[in-house]
Write a protein that binds this ligand. Sequence first.
Ligand code: SIN
Length: 348
Amino acid sequence: MKLLSVLCSALLLSLSLSVSAGPIVIKYSHVVADATPKGQAALKFKELAEKKLPGKVEVQVFPNSQLFGDGKEMEALLLGDVQILAPSLAKFGKYTKKIQIFDLPFLFDDIDAVGRFQNSAKGRELFTSMTDKGIVGFGYIHNGMKHFSANKPLRTPADAKGLKFRIQASDVLEAQFKALDANPQKIAFAEVYQALQSGVVDGAENPWANIYTKKFHEVQGYITESGHGVLDYMVIANAKWWDGLPADVKKGLTEAMEESIAYGNKVALTEDDDFKAKVVADNKAKLIQLTAAEKQQWRDAMRPVWAKFENDIGKDLIDAALAANAKPKAEKKKSDKKAKSEHKSEKK
Ligand code: SIN
């Protein structure tokens, strides 16, 4: 009789535990606006994960540094206070030197070359470059190529001399601005608008989506369409948390992750021009287009930065990135165009 009552209590306890356990809560934190490629990818992940795993997971998305800003978010991931992040590739320097490759100025000709490298075996190897630190990578999301902005026109490298530029927490970006005899300052993304407005810094470098959604063009007199570097992301999770998930949840989340990353990349490729057009239409900052000769001057001024980081990054990786600048065959171009136009009509 006593045994029966112990068994009944144990059964009741386990039932109540499984009922009260509820869905697995997954916090996905980032620092940009919902309308950006990363913001869209995070929302798509929530939609897909909750659809594929009904009642099993609840995804909470925190944009605009609402939950954690730069500097704190990686720490929070390792402590288990947040489960998914997609930091800019410039912000991994403390965890792996290899990902610094994406910050080398003028390494990639354009965003399509960045994509080819990211999809190559060498690019994909970087997903496991932080496993010793307890971080696992899932995929890359594009934002776009970066452009300089400042409170004075920047046409040649000499124009940047002595100016203060906000940079992300990246030693490569620091070296890049030092190569221009400028003063780089590492500032969290959430503080950039204020820093530009108040004159703490004179300029910055950003892709169009971030310029428009954070209104940087309203506090900068000039934007130089330099395309000198890339600002993309790696979607990451705490490896221990990920490994501990039930197999069916892992499967559903992996699918949701892949589909949402593909969606974010489509948004980036199709909407970069739209964000630029909106900045231009606002008519707040003057757009400066560089001639080929002017662009070459910037390239020459910043190129010595590569040598400083070659040992840390690895020459094999740099060579693989350079190889990705080779243009694809015509058919591949056609299918990219088709995907872009399909995405545009889906959004209408
Ligand atoms: C982001 O796009 O996540 C922010 C990048 C930055 O800090 O400039």
